[in-house]
Design a binder for this molecule. Structure first.
Ligand code: GAL
Length: 365
């Protein structure tokens, strides 16, 4: 891998790029090359250590940046927006050359991102779009609406809704209300499910279908478990739930625990279809065991690669790859985005995770 260090001061996409170093130094120069700002350190702010995927994100981003010759400072906000704010503030004060941020609360970083902008530190919004500020330069993520569509498609196919089957009982879960991705997942799923809700082939016994009625603060599995238990008690005595739309594996596992405590998963009361997202190891094992039905695989290594290439491009004065410049408005501006494609995974195709090197066969045994 070619080693390049920050050679350009990046001014929020403006044309004022000042060449301070000739880029494209070979690896032998990796240690010595540094920008006029000094350091060549990239700050990475991740949201939580409570979920496996974000640990993989942090590790992958650090590995890729190191491979490119950068130094890194990785921090985890442990799902506390205030803690994340001050972590980023510290990174700015330490003079990092770029920031990669997966926000806990999409709207809470305004002030600190102004500090980053004042210090001419480019900001990449990682996986989750940061809202309400002009001081976010690029967004790198998966096609999040597609994630919701893949979950819904799975339910539609497995229940045979296109063949006119039904009615079936379904309950729905959404992600954290402060995460901008939540609405994409929800909208993507609803775009496909709506017609079957209207035809009454799908029935939501609780009546809770609006996004703000079904969110799960901080994507917390225990919160989802509690809600699912409540729904089962209130709406499903003498009835069976046939499908649960879940937008994230941690929520799916909470839902499955509630279902199993209620007697689901035995011969006369099979588990419903339960979707998910992230292909977390624990959930892939549950898929193999026939408990969770589906997940959406988003190769975090590819996301990390996209984000780190973006950083490297910015710091070396090249234009980062952008797939879309108009569809991701954060309330203040259209943020240019690099989007990756998610993939639906179930028992029939989970081996792709092994072929892909995402997990070893041993891990999945
Ligand atoms: C979202 C992310 C999902 C999932 C969720 C909970 O922002 O896009 O893949 O990880 O957070 O961590």
């Amino acid at each position: 891998m070619v080693n390049r260090r920050a050679a350009l001061a990046f001014l929020g996409g403006a044309a004022s790029l000042a060449l301070t170093l000739s880029a494209c130094g070979q690896s032998s120069e990796a240690g010595s090359a540094s920008s006029s700002e000094g350091g060549g350190t990239v700050g990475i702010a991740m949201p939580t250590r409570a979920s496996e995927r974000w640990l993989t994100d942090g590790k992958s981003v650090v590995e890729k940046l190191k491979g490119m010759g950068y130094k890194t400072k990785l921090v985890y906000g442990d799902d506390d927006p205030k803690a994340q704010y001050s972590q980023i503030e510290t990174l700015v004060k330490q003079g990092v050359e770029a920031l990669i941020i997966a926000a806990i609360d999409a709207k809470s970083l305004n002030g600190v991102l102004q500090q980053a902008a004042d210090a001419k530190i480019p900001v990449i919004s990682y996986d989750r779009l940061i809202l309400g500020t002009k001081n976010v330069d690029y967004y790198v993520s998966f096609d999040n609406e597609m994630v919701g569509r893949q979950e819904a498609r799975y339910i539609i196919e497995k229940l045979g809704l296109e063949k006119g089957k039904g009615p079936f009982n379904i309950e729905m879960f959404a992600g954290s209300p402060d995460d901008n991705n939540t609405k994409y997942f929800y909208n993507g799923a609803m775009a496909l499910l709506e017609e079957y809700l209207e035809s009454k082939q799908l029935v939501v016994r609780s009546g809770e279908t609006e996004m703000n009625k079904i969110t799960t603060l901080r994507w917390d599995g225990a919160t989802a478990q509690k809600r699912m238990s409540g729904l089962l008690t209130k709406w499903y005595s003498g009835r069976k739930v046939d499908a649960v739309l879940s937008p994230y594996d941690g929520i799916s596992r909470g839902v499955l625990s509630a279902l199993k405590s209620d007697g689901y998963g035995s011969g006369s009361k099979p588990l419903p279809i339960v979707t998910g997202q992230d292909a977390e190891l624990e959930s892939v094992k549950l898929i193999i065991a026939g408990e969770q039905s589906q997940t959406v695989y988003k190769d975090i290594r590819a996301l990390a690669e996209a984000a780190t290439e973006m950083v490297d491009d910015i710091l070396t004065g090249r234009l980062p790859r952008v797939d879309n410049r108009t569809d991701y408005n954060n309330g203040v501006k259209d943020v240019p985005v690099h989007l990756l494609q998610p993939q639906s995974v179930d028992k029939t195709n989970y081996r792709m995770l092994i072929t892909d090197g995402y997990y070893t066969a041993g891990q999945l045994r």
